[in-house]
Design a protein around this ligand. Structure first.
Ligand code: ZN
Length: 478
């Protein structure tokens, strides 16, 4: 195999790079014969497992995991008027059981509010039942009419983490929204993915919500990708589904709710933000394998080297690292290429001379080499993995800063967007001015109340009408 033949030019054509990498690194197979449905390869599924393990760890602090049915009866689905309006063009319906037409059509969940909330109405009785916080990781179905892309826009979202909470008051629900935002920050920090948080304009909020806080990241081509949303549902759904509780004085009260979602777009972002021309780059915290050991065996030292490599693997596994010893009968160069493509953060090369010196060569997937001591392998590996995490995060953050700018006029906004940037403008929050910005810049108003460490977002005169305006994030979106 010629190693150079595998070069994937990411800068040249990001879309092609992404599709090519999903195939070559064995993340997803796009050959399933239904449009918009994709198959996880085992390696891709392992990447998913560790990413979602991290997400579950964070959620399990104060949520309970559960599992609701995929099918939602039509009458429940139709109950919340705004909600159904938001999803009516995207729902798949089950109309038959075998050859028998169903009396009540069943929706394949596009999201689970209308599956879960009738049950919440049964579960919530008194103030002592609140707050109620649950989540599930499930597949959902949406009949997407835009161009589909693996993990970014699919008709089956395979890995939708949705959390649903119930609270006694509007303010407690608001505090929950903030807590989920903090959780999202922590999750994406583990993934070393820079995020920008903002409040979606009213016309773009979740159907049936009081307001929606969205989490976006910037993809290498300058488009933004929404990788999480938190919704304050107010009492819209609890009134519709009669989620009531008895307060301390014995009075019946309407509850308040939030819901929160993250899909496999988090993995699309992980791949896209960090990967390079050689393939994936996985941050150690979520890497399927954190260390691969490649023995360099020459002549009569073969057995010594293999024995030392096995001991190294055992030492590292005892210390809790995810390690693979690659003792396949292949040239070392071919193995390097293989594991670089799959994004393993650290490669340890062990040959006879290293063994004599009590060391192993440590090659970082984020760039650069060092050595580790075999006698103190776990401490050294821990330190080097920390350096790799820092390098991956720093590079991603610098890139995010490069792609963010402030625009004071429509011309400046258009040039910023055309250069592949995401911009902060000032907007008066009138729909008319909002539409003008979106149309004239072929873009989307992502949101106000911008929270980002990567750009200063200050208020000022509206970019269209000159009235007092709020700092507003504008980008071209997936
Ligand atoms: Zn205006």
């Amino acid at each position: 195999m010629d190693e150079d033949a595998g070069a994937l030019p990411k800068k040249q054509d990001f879309s092609e790079w992404y599709n090519d990498l999903l195939w070559r690194a064995e993340i997803m197979d796009v050959r399933y014969p239904v449009k918009g449905l994709y198959v996880w390869f085992p390696y891709g599924f392992a990447v998913r497992t560790y990413v979602y393990r991290r997400l579950r760890e964070l959620l399990d602090r104060d949520h309970n995991e559960t599992l609701f049915p995929l099918l939602i009866p039509e009458q429940e689905f139709m109950k919340e008027a705004e909600h159904i309006k938001g999803f009516e063009n995207e729902v798949y319906w089950v109309t038959h059981g075998g050859t028998t037409p169903l009396e009540i059509k069943l929706a394949l969940r596009p999201t689970s509010e209308t599956a879960i909330y009738p049950m919440f109405a049964l579960w919530v009785r008194s103030h002592a039942d609140l707050p109620l916080r649950i989540y599930q990781v499930v597949n959902t179905f949406r009949y997407e009419t835009k161009q589909t892309r693996p993990m970014i826009r699919a008709r089956e979202i395979t890995s939708f983490m949705e959390s649903h909470t119930v609270h006694a008051t509007w303010n407690e629900a608001e505090a929950q929204v903030e807590s989920e935002i903090a959780l999202t920050r922590e999750f994406y920090r583990s993934l070393c993915i820079p995020i920008i948080i903002s409040k979606r304009p009213d016309w773009d909020k979740f159907p049936g919500a009081d307001y929606t806080i969205a989490v976006d990241t910037i993809m290498p081509n300058g488009k933004t990708l929404q990788i999480g949303t938190v919704h304050h549902l107010g009492d819209h759904f609890s009134r519709t589904f009669s989620i009531l509780y008895e307060d301390k004085n014995g009075e019946q009260k309407v509850a308040y709710q939030t819901c929160y979602g993250i899909s496999e777009r988090c993995i699309a972002a992980l791949i896209s933000v960090h990967g390079d021309d050689k393939g994936l780059i996985l941050p150690p915290a979520v890497a399927t394998l954190q260390v691969v050991i490649v023995p360099i065996t020459i002549g009569n030292h073969h057995e010594d080297v293999i024995a030392a490599a096995e001991k190294l693997k055992a030492d590292l596994e005892t210390a809790g690292f995810r390690v693979k010893l690659d003792d396949r009968d292949m040239r070392p160069g071919a193995k390097y290429y293989w594991w670089e493509l799959r994004g393993v953060p650290l490669r340890l090369e062990l040959g006879p001379r290293d063994l004599d010196a009590g060391k192993a060569m440590a090659v970082k997937r984020s760039g650069g080499k060092t050595t580790i001591s075999l006698a103190m392998a776990s401490g050294d590996v821990s330190r080097v993995l920390g350096e790799i995490t820092d390098a991956i995060r720093t590079k991603a953050e610098e890139n995010a800063k490069l792609h963010l700018s402030t625009a004071d006029s429509m011309d400046a906004l258009n040039s910023a967007l055309n250069e592949g940037n995401v911009a902060v403008v000032r907007w008066c929050r009138e729909r008319g001015c909002g539409n003008t910005i979106e149309e004239k810049a072929n873009s989307s108003l992502l949101g106000t109340e911008v929270r980002s460490e990567y750009i200063e977002a200050t208020d000022g005169p509206c970019i269209i009408c000159g009235k007092p305006g709020k700092a507003t994030l504008v980008g071209r979106t997936y």
